[in-house]
Design a protein around this ligand. Sequence first.
Ligand code: ADP
Ligand code: MG
Length: 201
Amino acid sequence: MSEFSKERTLVMIKPDGVQRSLIGEIIGRFERVGLKLVGLKIMVPTAKHVEEHYTLDPVWRTVTGEKTIASYKKNGKTPPSEDPLEITAVILENLKKYLTSSPSIVMVWQGAHSVGLVRKLVGGTEPLTSDVGTIRGDFVIDSYEMSDADGRAIRNLTHASGSVEEAEMEIKHWFSEDELIKYRLVGEQILYDVNLDGKLE
Ligand code: ADP
Ligand code: MG
């Protein structure tokens, strides 16, 4: 089996996804693309666990603030602050409230290019501008402007790791190795085997 098939990513169905009965719909999108579910739990994390999750990546605070400022400016609006770290401090507090409000589903999906593939299926952070056909684009309405005005986190149904390094850190943060199952899916042969031998009778 190709080494590519070992790539793993951490995905969460956030409280709004669970509350809106979208668990099956969201899981179905990862299944149908050919990824393998290797870990899954339902839980209400602590605020500390949520903060640690988002700050595993040392540049997350800067990048997230900058992304928010850029989105405001692109839409001809004035951002709440010009300081990315100030913006992210507020986002982080709101994320803690959001993710401790009710249960989330936390999962590990495995397969070739799983990190990038899942990000593509999930769509951009802000549902208003997420592409049609993506989970965030298809199933939810929200914008930075609306969530910031209401002083809450943007509700976008899902979390997905942003890079392979981030994924490995996040997987360790949410799962112990023995909670992740090593197994073969029948369909993987068709996805990854070099020769499609033994199919003709
Ligand atoms: P993503 O989840 O797409 O990787 P980020 O890592 O930048 O996005 O941000 C983490 C989460 O924080 C987002 O999914 C969203 O719920 C929330 N968030 C990000 N930026 C904002 C913002 N400007 N206002 C409110 N919530 C935000
Ligand atoms: Mg992120």
